[in-house]
Design a protein around this ligand. Structure first.
Ligand code: PMV
Length: 347
């Protein structure tokens, strides 16, 4: 019996221009393009090992040591695409083992507490796709693979790249042009840092897929966001990143987080992701920026109350100093009364 294995890691990415809304739920095609920053490999990431063998009887996945189902339509869509591409490789070289016909055993681990309320599906699907692509020795580049990860979880397509990443929404109905591309590598802005404030480790109030459906179907503001606001911001944010312009980057990031939460609130019934602590963090960052007379810190919130605060390393003492003084100098993932956990991450 032979076993073939390969491992890969993918970090969490945090959107600075949010994806919110699907035009095709099955293919995970978005209603707007988005931009994100992928955290470093040392911080929040998923490590996945994929093994294929003729001796395996069924596809199986262990997530953080627990056997999980692989039956979801989304996971199945990713596996089917990867197997189809492997079959093409095998057709072109008949000497290769027929891995496309073998069952897979997949072992996945997050290096951060899953209970921390941080979306792990992006890193999870990106690591799954990249580990299997490696195992299958697929010739496709990251942008091509990102279209497969996208079918697992939309935001996962961006985690295949490090640094600053755009997900171009595309126009085609089959999604072949809806893919992630690199805006700038990590090395382009080595002083960019992020602090993650885990405000609550509760499960999401409204899962992103149903939240998006609710917004698309009911929010009037949403149309304005996807037609007027985001397309302009998408270009402005790419320019700000290219110019290492933190002030513009920060302003756009905060405005887009607010715009996303505004369309959630404009949904009917409304969707609330921010809690009182989140709102205090927003006020605190604005107060800091006002005191400084310029933007040195920028908050962003996904589909939950946890904050990510971007800042440039030169301002680390000021930004973290304020967070420390307000939330207490907690390190690592230690518990804190108001902020359940706090972690400073490098990008
Ligand atoms: O890909 P999903 O279903 O986890 O949706 C992610 C949505 C946001 O995190 C709120 C925004 C984004 O662009 O990541």
């Amino acid at each position: 019996m032979s076993i073939f294995t390969a491992s890969s890691t993918a970090p969490v990415n945090i959107a600075t221009l949010k994806y919110w809304g699907k035009r095709d739920t099955l293919l995970n095609l978005p209603t707007n393009s988005s931009i994100s920053v992928t955290l470093s490999q040392n911080d929040l990431r998923t490590l996945t090992t994929a093994a294929a063998s003729e001796a395996f009887e069924k596809d199986q996945l262990w997530l953080n040591g627990k056997l999980e189902s692989l039956d979801s339509v989304r996971t199945q869509a990713c596996l089917a695409d990867l197997r189809r591409l492997r079959a093409e490789v095998e057709t072109s070289d008949a000497s290769l083992p027929k891995l496309s016909q073998f069952k897979l055993h997949i072992v996945s681990e997050n290096n951060f507490p899953t209970a921390a309320g941080l979306a792990s599906s992006a890193a999870g699907f990106a690591a799954l796709v990249s580990a299997i692509a490696k195992l299958y020795k697929l010739p496709q580049n990251m942008s091509e693979l990102s279209k497969i990860a996208r079918k697992g979880s939309g935001s996962a397509c961006r985690s295949l790249f490090g640094g600053f990443v755009a997900w171009e929404m595309g126009e085609l109905e089959n999604g072949e042009d809806s893919k992630a591309v690199e805006v700038a590598p990590l090395s382009h802005w080595p002083t960019m840092k992020a602090a993650i404030l885990v405000v609550s480790d509760d499960k999401k109030d409204t899962p992103s897929t149903s939240g998006m459906q609710q917004t698309v179907a009911t929010s009037d503001l949403f149309q304005h966001r996807i037609t007027e606001v985001v397309p302009k911001r998408f270009e402005e944010m790419k320019r700000a990143i290219a110019a290492n312009d933190f002030e513009t980057f920060g302003e756009l990031t905060m405005k887009d987080s607010n715009s996303f939460h505004a369309v959630c609130l404009d949904s009917y019934p409304p969707i609330f992701y921010l809690n009182d602590t989140s709102k205090q963090i927003i006020k605190l960052v604005h107060r800091l920026n006002e005191q400084e007379g310029k933007i040195i810190a920028a908050y962003t919130f996904d589909a939950g109350p946890n904050a990510v605060i971007y800042y440039d390393e030169v301002n680390e003492a000021k930004v973290l100093g304020l967070l420390y003084s307000y939330f207490g100098a907690v390190g690592g993932w230690e518990k804190h009364e108001e902020v359940a956990a706090y972690k400073k991450v490098t990008i």
